[in-house]
Design a binder for this molecule. Structure first.
Ligand SMILES: Cc1cc2nc3c(=O)[nH]c(=O)nc-3n(C[C@H](O)[C@H](O)[C@H](O)COP(=O)(O)O)c2cc1C
Length: 146
C-alpha cells in the first residue's frame, strides 16, 4: 500500500524551544493569558499543539494546515515575550499528535525543567523524543488538574 505524501493534505508541524523574556514575577500570569488566547485562536485556524513552560524556557509543538502554520509562525517568531528561538523540526506531518487539544499546556515543575534542560544541553538528536516528552508532560499536567 502506498501512502500519500503528507504535504498533499497540507498538514505541517513546527517544534521549537525558546527562552522566556518576561520578568519572573509576571511570567506565569502572562503565559496563562497567552495559553487562553491561543486556545481560541488555534481552534479557529484548525491548529493543534502543546506548549511547555519550565519557568524560563518554552518548548512548543504546533501542527495544522500549512497556511495557518505559516501565519502563526510569523507571529510567534516576532513575539518579544521570548527570544533565542531554535527550531528543531519543521515540515510535513502524516498525522496530528495533539488532535484533541488546540493548545495543551504543561506548566513549571522541577521534573519538567530538568528534563528539558538535559535534552537541550545534550542536543535534540531525536525530535520524536521531544514530542513524546511534550505529550507525557501534558498528560501529567491534565491528570493533576482534573
Ligand atoms: C511562547 C509563546 C507561544 C505562543 N503560542 C501561540 C499559539 O499557539 N497560538 C497563538 O495564536 N498565539 C501564540 N502566541 C502569541 C503570538 O506570538 C501572538 O501574540 C498572537 O498570535 C497574536 O498576534 P497578533 O497580536 O499579532 O494578532 C505565543 C506566544 C509565545 C510567547
Amino acid at each position: 500500500m502506498t501512502h500519500p505524501a503528507p504535504h498533499r493534505f497540507g498538514l505541517v508541524g513546527w517544534l521549537y524551544a525558546s527562552r522566556c523574556a518576561l520578568p519572573a514575577a509576571w511570567a506565569q500570569r502572562a503565559v496563562d493569558a497567552i495559553v487562553e488566547q491561543s486556545i481560541a485562536r488555534n481552534a479557529s485556524m484548525n491548529v493543534t499543539g502543546a506548549l511547555l513552560f519550565t519557568g524560563s524556557r518554552f518548548v512548543q509543538f504546533l501542527e495544522g494546515p500549512a497556511e495557518s502554520l505559516a501565519a502563526l509562525r510569523r507571529n510567534v517568531l516576532a513575539d518579544r515575550r521570548h527570544h533565542h528561538i531554535v527550531t528543531f523540526l519543521s515540515g510535513g506531518r502524516a498525522e496530528r499528535v495533539f488532535s484533541n487539544w488546540s493548545l495543551a499546556y504543561a506548566g513549571p515543575s522541577l521534573f519538567v525543567a530538568d528534563k528539558v534542560e538535559n535534552l537541550l544541553h545534550t542536543g535534540v538528536k531525536n525530535t520524536a523524543e521531544m514530542i513524546d516528552l511534550l505529550e507525557q508532560f501534558v498528560m501529567i499536567s491534565e491528570a493533576k488538574n482534573s
